[in-house]
Design a protein around this ligand. Structure first.
Ligand code: PBG
Length: 277
């Protein structure tokens, strides 16, 4: 992805400081382990000294509460098969054992310094389980940004490449059917009742109808994720001189806000913050 890099523990601290200075509200951290650290259970994702937990601690030490620090809560970067959870004997992703690992991961992330955890694996019941797991561990104040309506999208392609995903196949057994609008509302309302603090729709641009649906009735803030493919299309066309990068990024994120997003997660955040100032 043009303009997108994997950070080191040092460079992410500097990036977080830049985000604070730009007036950005928050930062979502994803972990990219050494390939040798991947295993079938994604254990590097919930090890106290795993790369994501170390990065959360480093960023928290650097910026404190000046930025909302959000941890990606999922196993896909850490599993050697690339799925978002652990596999059953038949090769399918096992929902409940995966949720138990998410709870473990969320608690280690709160302990490392995350203000929010953000379950992105689309397992059933993940928000309720994480909420009670955090509370039992004394992390009542750690929030949950729930990936609520997350569709099985072709627009995740550049992200998977950027994080060195091991996935073969797709995630259609746990992410949503792009043709199904109503299910987006159902998934989001379940997350609200399970104790989410923010609901998120993803991708954003191709799912503005779902976003508008969720924003229309949600009693809690709604976020939308302008994903890697949405960003990459604009970046690639701009590189070729086919589109005006600044105008297209401003318009696409304005449309996401118009549809009802209170919060926009985007790879162009630093650039946009500069332009908007
Ligand atoms: C998986 C995850 C994905 C993204 C964020 N979290 C990829 C996937 O579901 O395959 C994609 C984000 C993007 O495309 O920018 N936990």
């Amino acid at each position: 992805m043009p303009g997108v890099v994997q950070h080191t523990l040092d460079s992410i601290r500097a990036e977080a400081t830049r985000a604070v200075e730009a007036g950005i509200g928050g930062l979502v951290l994803f972990g990219v382990p050494e390939p040798d650290d991947k295993d079938a259970a994604g254990s590097a994702g919930y090890a106290d000294d795993g790369i994501l937990n170390r990065a959360l601690a480093a960023v928290r030490a650097e910026v404190g509460d000046d930025l909302v620090i959000v941890a990606d809560t999922c196993l896909d970067e850490f599993t050697d098969h690339g799925h978002c959870g652990v596999l059953a004997d038949d090769g399918s992703v096992a929902n409940d054992p995966t949720v138990e690992l998410y709870v473990r991961q969320a608690v280690t992330q709160a302990e490392a310094g995350a203000h929010f955890v953000s379950p992105s694996g689309m397992m059933d019941g993940q928000v309720a389980a994480i909420r009670s797991g955090l509370d039992l561990a004394g992390h009542n104040d750690t929030g949950i940004l729930a990936y609520s309506a997350k569709y099985a999208s072709a627009f995740f392609g550049p992200f998977r490449e950027a994080v060195g995903s091991s996935l073969v196949g797709d995630r259609r057994a746990y992410q949503q059917d792009p043709a199904n609008r109503r299910e987006g509302r159902l998934e989001a309302s379940l997350d609200e009742l399970e104790g989410a603090d923010i609901l998120m729709v993803k991708p954003a641009g191709p799912y503005l109808d779902v976003l508008a649906d969720v924003a229309a009735w949600s009693r809690i803030p709604v976020a939308a994720y302008q994903v890697s493919g949405e960003y990459a299309m604009i970046a690639a066309a701009a590189e070729r001189g086919w589109i005006d990068r600044q105008a297209a990024l401003l318009e696409s994120t304005t449309a996401i806000v118009r549809a009802g997003a209170d919060i926009v997660l985007t790879y162009a955040a630093l650039e946009l913050a500069g332009w908007l100032r």
